[in-house]
Design a protein. Sequence first.
Length: 299
Amino acid sequence: MATLQQAVQVLETLYPLRYAESWDHPGLIVGDLEDEVRSIVFAADPTMTVIDEAIASGADLIVCHHPLFFRAVHEVSTQGFRGQIVSKLYRNHCALWVGHTNADASYRGVAQAAADAFGLLDQRPLIPIDDPTAEHAVGEGRVGHLAEPMALEDFAALVARELPATRYGVQVSGPLNMPVQRIAVLPGSGDSMFGDVNALGVDVYVTSDLRHHPATDEMQQALYEAKMREHGVPLGNGGALDSPAVSPCLINTPHSAIESMWFRYALEDVPAAIEQATGDKVVARWNDMRTDPWDLVIN
């Protein structure tokens, strides 16, 4: 059977660690490289419930998007839940590998999977990564266009349908009947990227974790610029009266939902690459249980 070392080599070929942000530390978190890998479970977050379910099912490897250790730690005793997870994984010979910002930027990774699901054509990375060895364009986020314009409300409904189910849904900001076609997608926390997105002249920005003040400022500025141009005052976008507002409409998605969409591709790509590399077949499945922290939303 394929070993964990071979499985990790495959994962880090598909989702290279060099694509990760400087503050991020993805890769193999727990595991004995000599253990065999027959069964892989994909999941958004390494929560205790996800870990217990994977171990009970006989999984040898869990591939998660979000890290178990997001910040530096100095102990992994069972005084805390992370230490308990590490203990359970080792005692049951189940490894944990994390594809975080490296998977965000990869071909058929997080950003591309979301953009494909939302129907974006002629995609390119929002923030490209220069990798001469890559056969396809890689980088953070995706920018593309829909085959035909559609109302913002209809596009938001499409996004909601494609996302894995969560409790708190999708939020939309902008004129709901506005025709939209050019789209930017950045899975994960995206309001730090407003400046980059605004320079693209897109109609909609799909992201997650939008905070009240940055999002409000974006939309107020967009509405103000559009109104001033109607009155012949060329604000925004280099002063072009006929150009769209610099700030796009916003669609705020549940973080874990949009960031787990890449497992639709990983379920095919990882087992196929392991078989090609080793000659051995592995079983893979996606545990798509809801792992965001909210259990109830009252409107």
